[in-house]
Ligand binder design. Sequence first.
Ligand SMILES: [Zn+2]
Ligand SMILES: [Zn+2]
Length: 277
Amino acid sequence: MSSEALPTLQHSNTPLLPFSDYHTHPQGHRVQRYTQTLLQPWADSAHRMGLKDIAFTDHDRYHAGIDFDEIDRLRDRNPDLRIRAGIELDNDPIHSPAGRKWIEKHWDKLDFVLGSVHFLDRIDQMFDSVPDGAAQFDGRNIDAIYADYFRRIRELVATGLVDCLAHLDLIKIHGHRPAAHIAGLINETLEFILRRNLAIELSTAGWRKPVNELYPGDSIIELAMERGIPFTTASDAHSHVQLGENFARLARKMADLGIRGVCIFQKHKRAELPLQL
Ligand SMILES: [Zn+2]
Ligand SMILES: [Zn+2]
């Protein structure tokens, strides 16, 4: 996949808008077997939004619902849309060991694996639950929580099962900010990501959370750009109506920061495409 080979991936309505959404949850938050009834509304939404390339990335704990034949059928029915088979690998201490095994088994059928840290010390609650997860920060040293979170990110990267990191600074979700300067911690993590040749996502989901800020924040994006770490664009949609949410705002942010390329994946192979011709 070279950029010359795919000139048609430009957004069909406004050239500046991102053309891809690489973080979506057709199953939402329970196991729902993939069927055309479940998936076609996502393709319809993509058409409506002018998206050309989408990845399904349900949580690994719902891997039982994923059906590659149904994804193939959806591709046949929507030939103008690129549809990637993906998954979001979590650090869920209970479910993710099985999720990892499933990913290893189906690696060749998957186009794309997102890596996410949703769990800190509590094994029974994602820290990013809103609002309940905020209690995990009560009375704690926020700098230590940040250090612990980014250590878990590096651990996930080290599994070698991830193509791209989701919402890299999710730890800010409830608005907790470190007191210390954390550039060292971020740089160490970005170096780790660079050495593994992974991408990171620009996720508009942060704008609908209490922190009300893009994931990741501008300073992390700038540090990633200095290293040449590439980006995907993502909404983390849990309903087809959220697909491509806030992409006009994301387009403005990307223009402000000078991001001109977005990467896409096919069978874990990455290609970077320009936002504009
Ligand atoms: Zn996530
Ligand atoms: Zn997600």
